[in-house]
Design a protein around this ligand. Structure first.
Ligand code: KIV
Length: 306
């Protein structure tokens, strides 16, 4: 089994690239589940990116990214933990609300963190509700297999649009020994197909498939009547999501399907060097705060420097 979060090659342009769907452009209209269904029917792939704060959300909305995922990868890229298990529920709800404030027209997908839905179904439904009410999320995502079908059905019945994350499930990384690809034997691949079927039958509003072989992804897409978002699952998916910090070049290692587009880590270093120079030389720019003449006289009188 191969670790999936490791850069090995440069991204090549896809000769079969399809026209990117413009209908979900959040600079024009609010993106909903219906708009993504339309993109799926029109066979125009849509982009999704992780986002954890209002400022980045504002710029991603302006750039026309229709779907923002407030991922539990926040545990890694925001909080500095080595894996996604450490994203506190309240923290992710707060980030979700911030992202929605920054990008009110994007479809905001909130990731339900480890142990916010696994222990019992009632808590799972209530916590999903918190993401919708307090976080203003448009959908919630949970890492599932077929055994979660009844939970997904209960959430769906309650009015929560569920994104069923299948294939590689980072919240199980400790159980399987790392962030690994999924479905690499015919038997494992069939389990993932069964998971997809169970989620679709339970009413999932979307599927998110992570790190599966192309053939497995294609079969899931073929069976699905709802949008399938891929993360390292190949170009057959209706949408594609990656961790924004990987594309920005802020992470130390990136998976081969999310190679950096920018070198923001390097640019941050350059920015810090320039600021250090300014501080050293006192070249801080104009000083906008002044005392009026009579106030200056009075001030110096009071401090005994008149
Ligand atoms: O938490 C996350 O960022 C994710 C994506 C990478 C799929 O779940």
């Amino acid at each position: 089994m191969q670790p999936i979060r490791h850069a090995t090659s440069q991204a090549k342009p896809d000769a079969n690239a399809r026209e990117v769907w413009q209908g979900a452009d959040p600079t024009i209209a609010t993106v909903t589940i219906r708009t993504l269904l339309r993109a799926m029917r029109e066979k125009k792939p849509f982009a999704a990116l992780t986002c954890y704060d209002a400022t980045t959300a504002r710029w991603l909305e302006r750039a026309g990214v229709p779907v923002l995922l407030v991922g539990d990868t926040a545990a890694e890229v925001i909080l500095g933990y080595p894996n996604t298990l450490h994203a506190p529920l309240d923290f992710l709800i707060t980030l979700t609300a911030a992202v929605k404030r920054g990008a009110p027209r994007c479809l905001v997908m909130a990731d339900m963190p480890f142990m916010s839905y696994q222990a019992n179904e009632d808590d799972g439904v209530r916590n999903a509700g918190r993401f919708m009410i307090e976080g203003n999320a448009d959908t919630v995502k949970l890492e599932v297999d077929a055994s979660f079908a009844s939970l997904v059905a209960k959430m769906t019945r309650a009015g929560v649009p569920v994104v069923a994350h299948i294939g590689s499930r980072p919240q199980h990384a400790k159980q399987v020994g790392g962030y690994l690809a999924a479905g690499k034997t015919a038997e494992d691949a069939m389990k993932i197909i069964d998971d997809a079927d169970a989620m679709l039958a339970a009413g999932a509003a979307m599927l998110l498939v992570e790190a599966t072989p192309i053939e497995v992804t294609e079969e899931i897409v073929r069976r699905s009547n709802v949008p399938v978002i891929g993360c390292g699952a190949g170009s057959a998916c209706h949408g594609q999501v990656v961790v924004t910090h990987d594309l920005l070049g802020l992470t130390d290692r990136q998976p081969p399907f999310a190679l950096p587009i920018m070198s923001m880590g390097k640019e941050l270093g350059e920015m810090a060097d320039t600021w250090k120079d300014r501080v050293r030389t006192g070249a801080l720019g104009d000083h906008p705060y002044t005392l009026a003449d009579e106030q200056r006289v009075e001030f110096f009188r009071r401090i005994g420097r008149a």
